[in-house]
Design a protein around this ligand. Structure first.
Ligand SMILES: Nc1ncnc2c1ncn2[C@@H]1O[C@H](COP(=O)(O)OP(=O)(O)OP(=O)(O)O)[C@@H](O)[C@H]1O
Ligand SMILES: [Mg+2]
Length: 401
């Protein structure tokens, strides 16, 4: 017989009252977005013309990981759609995670499917099986049938395998593909060099406005966490826990995702230990977990060679623990060895330098310039900022070694 007073299970979470607030995909509501007033206002200005029936500007947003790019793009898009509705303008937005939909066909399918209302259009957008050009044709028909204006957010745009979709979307109006509907593209990337790789024609139409989101400082991170502290039960959070987490996260990266992760993990640690409060010293352990997650997320979808370069640096750091930094030529040697082991042709030294630069932009590594005197000239040294063990573990996850 089930016993109503069975005490095998805890019936209420003793730590969290609304853990959802700390989950990765939680979209904070108004008043919970901290320190991004300027960025939000700038984005709003760029897309504003949509509300009076003109074309929104295409926008490219850059910034390091966890600086609120995806959040602000979705937030502004949603507000635009709401305001447009009040003005009698039919608007919507589509969100594409290009790390998931890397091909042109997948991306167009996702857009068409997410803006479609088959009951009205009578148009079907199957998951697969159509040619790219058929998906486009259906998308254009759907847009003209349902909307006056549509924003398309291409997040992690650098993960797209080529520029073709950017060309199509940014020129759809001019090329007469859509008649009435206006289209705006918001591209988001944490690769500062992404634009250099872009086709000139795409660049000129896609990059009408560019915004760079700076990392958060400790105060902003504290406010971001404070705004979500109602994820915890009353009195459970030690008053020093959030300030400590904010200080740590700001010193390293100014990454809001990491700050929030630290807070969630600190709560989970309290849970697993059966503690009644989330103590400041749980933050240290939580940070290690957050760091591993962050790194895993940073290299998600990155190319094998981009990983080999990091692996080379991790190997060097682990076998020369005293040494702070390694010269490009040294990193390249180890990288070539890894390529050989993997049975893959190595990239040129120049390309490897670019990959190192990308890692430096994301604070995975740090680069420093040195002068070797007249005999040597100047050279660059590269040092891992992530824990080399974390890097090695994450890079070899799911790989036979
Ligand atoms: N200003 C803010 N106020 C409240 N929460 C924030 C703020 N900025 C970021 N966050 C939260 O931090 C997390 C990371 O933000 P977001 O996903 O927007 O970062 P991002 O810049 O897109 O990073 P990435 O380049 O890794 O995709 C999200 O959970 C988001 O809700
Ligand atoms: Mg993002």
């Amino acid at each position: 017989m089930p016993n109503a007073s069975d005490d095998l299970f805890t019936r209420e979470d003793p730590i969290f009252s609304n853990k959802e607030l700390l989950e990765i995909n939680h979209l904070p509501g108004e008043g919970r977005i901290v320190g991004r007033d300027d960025e939000i206002a700038n984005l709003a200005t760029a897309v504003n013309p949509a509300i009076f029936g003109q074309s929104p500007s295409n926008v490219l947003i850059y910034g390091k990981t966890g600086t609120g790019k995806s959040l602000c793009a979705k937030y502004v898009s949603q507000r635009l759609v709401d305001t447009a509705e009040e003005e009698g303008v039919k608007a919507t937005f589509a969100y594409v995670d290009c790390a998931q939909d890397t091909t042109e066909t997948q991306a167009v399918q996702t857009i068409a499917d997410s803006v479609n209302d088959p009951a009205i259009t009578g148009i079907k957008v199957p998951d697969k099986g159509l040619s790219t050009s058929t998906y486009y044709k259906r998308l254009w028909r759907i847009l003209d049938a349902l909307y006056d204006v549509v924003l398309i957010i291409l997040d992690e745009i650098d993960k797209l395998s080529d520029d073709d979709i950017l060309m199509q979307l940014s020129r759809a109006g001019e090329a007469g593909k859509i008649a009435g509907c206006k289209l705006g593209v918001i591209g988001i990337s944490n690769k500062i060099q992404y634009k250099d790789r872009m086709d000139e024609r795409v660049k000129s139409s896609l990059c009408e406005r560019e915004f760079v989101f700076p990392p958060y400082d400790a105060n902003q991170l504290r406010d971001i966490m404070d705004a979500r502290s109602d994820a915890f039960r009353n009195g459970v959070l030690d008053p020093s826990t959030i300030p400590r987490a904010a200080a740590l996260a700001a010193r390293e990266h100014g990454d809001a995702r990491k700050a929030i992760d630290i807070l969630r993990y600190a709560g989970e640690i309290a849970q697993s230990m059966g503690a009644s409060t989330v103590k400041e010293n749980f933050v240290t352990q939580a940070r290690q977990r957050a760091e591993t997650d962050r790194f895993r997320e940073l290299i998600r979808g990155s190319t094998p060679h981009s990983r080999y370069v990091l692996q080379a640096l991790a190997i060097l750091s682990l076998s020369n623990q005293q040494q702070d930094g390694f010269r490009t030529s040294r990193v390249y040697e180890v990288y070539e060895n890894i390529c050989r082991q993997q049975g893959s042709d190595s990239l040129s030294l120049r390309r490897v330098r670019d990959l190192l630069k990308e890692h430096a932009f994301l604070d995975i590594i740090e680069q420093s310039k040195h002068s070797g005197g007249s005999a040597e000239g100047s050279y660059t040294k590269h040092q891992l900022l992530e824990d080399p063990d974390v890097v090695k573990d994450v890079l070899t996850e799911g790989v036979d070694v």
